[in-house]
Write a protein of this length. Structure first.
Length: 117
Protein backbone atom coordinates (compact mmCIF):
# COMPACT_ATOMS: atom_id res chain seq x y z
CA UNK A 1 0.00 0.00 0.00
CA UNK A 2 1.25 3.48 -0.71
CA UNK A 3 -0.18 4.91 2.51
CA UNK A 4 2.45 5.36 5.20
CA UNK A 5 0.47 3.53 7.90
CA UNK A 6 -2.01 0.96 6.60
CA UNK A 7 -3.53 -0.83 9.58
CA UNK A 8 -5.52 -4.00 10.07
CA UNK A 9 -7.39 -5.43 13.05
CA UNK A 10 -7.16 -9.18 13.63
CA UNK A 11 -10.94 -9.48 13.88
CA UNK A 12 -11.42 -7.79 10.48
CA UNK A 13 -13.24 -4.81 11.92
CA UNK A 14 -10.73 -2.39 10.36
CA UNK A 15 -9.50 -2.98 6.82
CA UNK A 16 -7.58 -0.41 4.77
CA UNK A 17 -8.78 0.70 1.35
CA UNK A 18 -6.88 -1.00 -1.45
CA UNK A 19 -4.78 0.95 -3.95
CA UNK A 20 -4.95 0.22 -7.67
CA UNK A 21 -1.30 -0.97 -7.85
CA UNK A 22 -1.95 -3.43 -5.02
CA UNK A 23 -4.96 -4.84 -6.88
CA UNK A 24 -2.79 -5.23 -9.98
CA UNK A 25 -0.16 -7.14 -7.93
CA UNK A 26 -2.87 -9.48 -6.61
CA UNK A 27 -4.24 -10.23 -10.07
CA UNK A 28 -0.72 -11.03 -11.31
CA UNK A 29 -0.14 -13.34 -8.34
CA UNK A 30 -3.37 -15.23 -9.10
CA UNK A 31 -2.21 -16.41 -12.52
CA UNK A 32 1.56 -16.38 -12.15
CA UNK A 33 1.74 -18.60 -9.06
CA UNK A 34 -0.85 -21.03 -10.39
CA UNK A 35 1.01 -21.44 -13.69
CA UNK A 36 4.39 -21.64 -11.96
CA UNK A 37 3.28 -24.45 -9.65
CA UNK A 38 1.67 -26.39 -12.51
CA UNK A 39 4.90 -26.05 -14.52
CA UNK A 40 7.08 -27.19 -11.63
CA UNK A 41 4.78 -30.13 -10.84
CA UNK A 42 5.17 -31.34 -14.43
CA UNK A 43 8.98 -31.16 -14.52
CA UNK A 44 10.79 -34.50 -14.89
CA UNK A 45 9.17 -37.82 -14.08
CA UNK A 46 7.97 -36.88 -10.62
CA UNK A 47 7.98 -33.10 -10.69
CA UNK A 48 9.05 -30.71 -8.02
CA UNK A 49 7.25 -31.36 -4.72
CA UNK A 50 8.71 -28.68 -2.44
CA UNK A 51 7.93 -24.99 -2.81
CA UNK A 52 8.71 -21.98 -0.66
CA UNK A 53 6.94 -18.70 -1.39
CA UNK A 54 7.71 -15.58 0.61
CA UNK A 55 5.80 -12.35 0.11
CA UNK A 56 7.68 -9.73 2.09
CA UNK A 57 5.05 -7.11 1.29
CA UNK A 58 1.87 -9.07 1.93
CA UNK A 59 0.17 -6.77 4.43
CA UNK A 60 -2.74 -7.98 6.53
CA UNK A 61 -4.41 -10.17 3.94
CA UNK A 62 -7.73 -8.36 3.48
CA UNK A 63 -8.65 -4.93 2.13
CA UNK A 64 -11.74 -2.86 1.42
CA UNK A 65 -12.59 -2.21 -2.22
CA UNK A 66 -15.45 0.27 -2.09
CA UNK A 67 -17.92 -1.60 0.15
CA UNK A 68 -16.62 -5.09 -0.59
CA UNK A 69 -13.79 -7.12 0.90
CA UNK A 70 -10.77 -7.81 -1.31
CA UNK A 71 -8.47 -10.75 -0.57
CA UNK A 72 -4.79 -9.86 -0.26
CA UNK A 73 -1.72 -11.72 -1.46
CA UNK A 74 -1.40 -14.24 1.42
CA UNK A 75 -4.89 -15.57 0.71
CA UNK A 76 -4.46 -15.38 -3.05
CA UNK A 77 -1.15 -17.24 -2.87
CA UNK A 78 -2.74 -20.08 -0.89
CA UNK A 79 -5.68 -20.31 -3.30
CA UNK A 80 -3.39 -20.26 -6.37
CA UNK A 81 -1.25 -23.10 -5.00
CA UNK A 82 -4.32 -25.19 -4.16
CA UNK A 83 -5.82 -24.53 -7.59
CA UNK A 84 -2.57 -25.53 -9.30
CA UNK A 85 -2.37 -28.67 -7.17
CA UNK A 86 -5.84 -29.69 -8.35
CA UNK A 87 -5.13 -28.86 -11.99
CA UNK A 88 -1.79 -30.68 -12.07
CA UNK A 89 -3.39 -34.15 -11.90
CA UNK A 90 -0.48 -35.36 -9.78
CA UNK A 91 -0.86 -37.61 -6.78
CA UNK A 92 1.13 -35.43 -4.40
CA UNK A 93 -0.27 -34.90 -0.91
CA UNK A 94 -2.35 -31.79 -0.35
CA UNK A 95 -0.03 -28.79 0.08
CA UNK A 96 0.94 -27.78 3.59
CA UNK A 97 0.11 -24.13 4.07
CA UNK A 98 2.23 -22.15 6.52
CA UNK A 99 0.96 -18.69 7.33
CA UNK A 100 3.37 -15.76 7.73
CA UNK A 101 5.88 -15.99 10.56
CA UNK A 102 6.09 -13.09 12.99
CA UNK A 103 9.86 -13.27 13.44
CA UNK A 104 12.96 -14.80 11.87
CA UNK A 105 13.18 -17.25 14.78
CA UNK A 106 9.64 -18.44 14.12
CA UNK A 107 10.35 -18.57 10.38
CA UNK A 108 13.43 -20.75 10.92
CA UNK A 109 11.45 -23.22 13.02
CA UNK A 110 8.70 -23.35 10.38
CA UNK A 111 11.25 -23.81 7.59
CA UNK A 112 12.24 -27.20 8.96
CA UNK A 113 9.00 -28.72 7.64
CA UNK A 114 9.26 -30.88 4.50
CA UNK A 115 6.87 -28.78 2.49
CA UNK A 116 6.33 -25.08 3.03
CA UNK A 117 4.14 -22.64 1.16
Amino acid sequence: MSRAQATWNADGSKLPAIDIHTKAKHLIIDKYIENLVITLYKKAAYGVTTFTFIDGFCGGGMYKDNNQEWEGSPIRLIKAVREAHQKSYRTYPEPLIVLPATSFTEFNSIRSHKRML
